[in-house]
Design a protein around this ligand. Structure first.
Ligand code: NAD
Ligand code: ZN
Length: 353
């Protein structure tokens, strides 16, 4: 299956198929006619399993290949690691007509993408996402970034890939918790844009059953994100609907010091809290929270995370997406339809605790 993300002057395809990793060389050659060198950035978990396979295919397609392996984990999305990538690229002899390939989860994609966006004022970039989160979310849409001391994703760019190569088979080696983290984002797409898709997921709340339908799931999620990004590449309107569950999720991540709760767990609880908030405000149908909680808990994700008023306040105040005394929360007026709602921060806190 394939999708085309159509942006002015920068359209690109998302290819979704089991076993596609073995075609990575041929496919890459078809979009990069004149490149000589490919720098493959991967991490210390993904590299040992998949990098030599990708490198072999790229070499067979006539590219000179260098694999660069960074330590797995969010701490690699740093200024230091960015500097190391620049050095590796240049010592490899990368030129402006060459390309960077990100082979890994969202950490590798965001870091390698930002390096590609900025080295030599920007070189071509290809995403080969290997986590469910990276496949349904971070590899599509062109946001790339690193973390700074002051916070996550504070230095970054919009840098669309030339191609996204998605092989669902790579998900087989994902730890269960990482797989289910990605499912939180999958559920999010159903909540905000597609009630039928939500019902489809609710009938298969189990990894094996979901993997039986994984191509359909990836296609549906990427198609939703594609449509949103095409309308609002720079995140000034429609794209904020993708923040459903994330404002409150941010509070939970912060409350747990970013260690206690994973992003997916925090988003899962954030979506449930937003559903209850919506009912309180008369926006969300009263039976919706229970349906959402049913799916979330069947996936082994939390439906609620304890959070004090102070923690909510800190998160709401620090949320870079909020401005002034008002904050924008995303609510559901139906399962499958989201609306943004401006709220006074104080009123929001009172409704939450
Ligand atoms: P991650 O990249 O850290 O991957 C999670 C873990 O899974 C890592 O330990 C990794 O080594 C391992 N892994 C990856 N693929 C594997 C595979 N196929 N088999 C076995 N192990 C594998 O985390 P993530 O959840 O993929 O991404 C999180 C990052 O994505 C965050 O930094 C977040 O800010 C970013 N993000 C970006 C966007 C965007 O639009 N750019 C959107 C959402 C999230
Ligand atoms: Zn998210």
């Amino acid at each position: 299956k394939s999708l085309t993300v159509s942006l002015p002057g920068r359209s690109y395809d998302i290819l979704i198929e089991r076993g596609l990793l073995d075609a990575a060389g041929v496919i890459t050659r078809s979009v990069l006619l004149h490149a000589t060198r490919i720098a493959v950035v991967t991490d210390s978990n993904v590299g040992p399993i998949y990098a030599s396979r990708v490198a072999t295919r790229m070499a067979a397609a006539g590219f000179q290949v260098k694999v660069i392996t960074i330590p797995a984990g969010e701490t690699s999305k740093s200024l230091d690691m960015l500097g190391e990538l620049y050095q590796e690229f240049l010592s490899f002899g990368l030129t402006r007509t060459d390309a960077v390939v990100a082979l890994g989860g969202g950490v590798v994609g965001d870091l390698a993408g930002f390096a590609a966006a900025t080295v030599l004022r920007g070189v071509d970039f290809i995403q080969i996402p290997t986590t469910l989160l990276a496949q349904v979310d971070s590899s599509v849409g062109g946001k790339v970034a690193i973390d700074l001391q002051a916070g996550k994703n504070l230095a970054g760019a919009f840098w669309q890939p030339k191609l996204v190569i998605m092989d669902p088979d790579v998900l087989d080696t994902l730890p269960q918790a990482v797989f289910m983290d990605g499912m939180a984002e999958v559920v999010k797409y159903g909540c905000i844009k597609d009630g039928d898709f939500f019902a489809f997921l609710a009938q298969r709340p189990d990894r094996k059953l979901l993997m039986d339908e994984i191509e359909h799931i990836l296609f549906t999620c990427c198609d939703i994100k594609r449509a949103v990004v095409e309308q609002d590449e720079r995140d000034t309107g429609e794209r904020m609907l993708l923040n459903f569950g994330h404002t409150l999720g941010h509070a939970y991540e912060l409350a747990g010091g970013y260690e206690r709760w994973s992003h997916g767990q925090a988003v899962a609880a954030g979506m449930c809290a937003a559903a209850h908030l919506g009912v309180k405000l008369g926006v969300t149908p009263p039976d919706l929270p229970e349906r959402l909680e049913g799916l979330v808990s069947a996936l082994g994700l939390p439906t609620a995370i304890p959070c004090t008023a102070e923690e909510y306040a800190a998160a709401v105040g620090l949320d870079k997406k909020g401005t002034g005394n008002d904050i924008r929360v995303i609510l559901l007026d139906a399962l499958g339809h989201a609306i943004p709602r401006r709220m006074d921060k104080q009123a929001l806190l009172e409704a939450l605790v």
